[in-house]
Unconditional design. Structure first.
Length: 132
């Protein structure tokens, strides 16, 4: 009985998903989409105006401009949850772990565009809860 109901739901879902994709070939299957939605035909005009705007504006170099000796903080948090069935079965066991780090990043050297960063751990905190 349960598999029959699941099959009917599956068939119904399949039919509903195919109705909107043109699978059954409605009246408008042969029409051009530019005629139905005129905004799509105007895409070329917008593209040309964007190209002229790009030519007029100077391009900025998007790079990280760091100097030797610059320091900045970094806070990193990692949370994990693990849910699994107990070995005896039935019950679900949840274990969690939580890692929090406070770091100080220092630019130590810049050689030929390559930046060497130093990391100093200010605080590391780890919590682990096994089997709730």
């Amino acid at each position: 009985m349960m598999t029959r109901v699941a099959r009917w739901f599956g068939m119904g879902g399949l039919l509903l998903s195919l109705t909107g994709c043109g699978w059954f070939g409605g009246e408008n299957a042969e029409t051009n989409s530019d005629e139905v939605i005129p905004e799509l035909g105007e895409r070329e005009k917008a593209q040309k105006s964007r190209e002229t705007a790009k030519k007029e504006l100077p391009a900025d170099n998007l790079e990280l401009r760091l100097k030797v000796g610059t320091r900045f903080p970094l806070f990193k948090t990692v949370e994990q949850r693990l849910r699994q069935l107990s070995p005896s079965g039935g019950r679900t066991i949840e274990s969690t772990s939580h890692l929090t780090m406070k770091l100080a990043i220092t630019v130590e050297a810049i050689e030929q565009g390559v930046k060497r960063l130093g990391v100093r751990y200010q605080q590391v905190r780890y919590e682990h809860d096994i089997a709730g």
